[in-house]
Design a protein around this ligand. Structure first.
Ligand code: DHB
Length: 305
């Protein structure tokens, strides 16, 4: 019997299976991302890279909540110039890389995209949706016109597959996804973290130094699934699901809802590095047990109810 292939094509970037790590959760050093790949991920996603080095917010930046984590890191990163070398190192190690990036202005988004493309990334993920630096630069993915302009400017700088990661913190995620498509996005990642707040009873104040943070983990899975469902109906480009995927069952739900691949974030903290391979193997078992011969066959199947 021939081995069933889990390969997927994310707008021209071919992955051996549809699992990726979610940006940010594991940092960005090449050895850690190499471990993600070696443990079975289809490709790795870097932490979001900006134009200049940023230290991010002061501690506390992370707090555990019911079935999830709330974080406000403040986009700490070493800057695109420095990180270009890390991408080269990852590529030399044979790791397929999606470079996540952000900027504070249209020009910054375009410049960083240019730098990361030249460094040899396989694809780019435009982080339009960090919830924790809004006072500084607004949340791009909450405004369709701005998102379209930024995506367009980035599109002009790169021929790499361009994924735009959007936020669930909007009234109508479909119109935001359509704006990204008008700007030239090749795929949509749905969705980033959900804005939340944690209060400390004893200190009688917010736990996070930034006050609010982004919620991720199993707690957000139904929201993320709904986002994938809506976005995949609204656009004709691949959707990458992100939000609360812990095991292969979650991954299958996302595929059935319309995702072509899934990003796994918090589960690497709660379940360890083997989670990517475990999800991929479990997905293979599901496909085989149900008579499917490829991942493509299940994408969006739940829409035919
Ligand atoms: C941060 C960025 C994000 O995109 C997110 O979803 C959560 C946190 C941050 O760096 O603060």
């Amino acid at each position: 019997m021939t081995q069933l292939s889990l390969a997927v094509d994310l707008a021209g970037f071919k992955l051996r299976n549809p699992t990726l790590n979610a940006a940010g959760v594991l940092g960005m050093s090449p050895p850690i991302l190499k471990r993600v790949y070696d443990s079975g991920a289809g490709a790795v996603v870097t932490k979001s890279i900006g134009p200049e080095p940023r230290t991010g917010h002061s501690n506390p930046t992370l707090v555990r909540t019911s079935d999830g984590f709330l974080n406000a890191m403040g986009l700490p990163n070493p800057g695109a110039e420095y990180f270009a070398d890390e991408i080269k190192t990852l590529k030399e190690m044979g790791v397929p890389v999606v470079a996540s990036f952000f900027g504070g202005t249209v020009e910054e988004f375009a410049t960083v995209a240019h730098t990361l493309s030249r460094a040899g990334a396989d694809a780019l993920e435009l982080n339009a949706s960090c919830p924790n630096v809004c006072e500084e630069m607004g949340m791009l993915a909450q405004d369709a016109d701005s998102l379209e302009k930024v995506t367009e400017a980035v599109r002009e700088e790169t021929r790499l597959p361009l994924y735009v990661k959007i936020t669930p913190n909007v009234t109508d995620i479909k119109s935001i996804a359509r704006a990204a498509v008008r700007g030239g996005a090749d795929a949509i990642t749905a969705a980033n973290t959900l804005m939340g707040l944690a209060i400390d009873l004893e200190f009688r104040r917010p736990v996070l130094s930034n006050v609010t943070g982004g919620l991720s983990g199993p707690a957000v899975k139904p929201v993320a699934l709904r986002c994938v469902w809506e976005v995949s109906k609204a656009v004709n480009i691949p959707v990458i699901g992100s939000g609360g995927v812990t095991d292969w069952r979650d991954a299958v739900e996302f595929l059935l809802a319309g995702a072509s691949a899934v990003e796994i974030g918090v589960a690497v903290i709660t379940h360890g590095m083997t989670v990517y391979g475990d999800v991929a193997n479990g997905l293979r078992g599901y496909l085989e047990a149900n008579g499917f011969s490829s991942v493509q066959e299940v994408i969006g199947l739940a829409h035919e109810y």
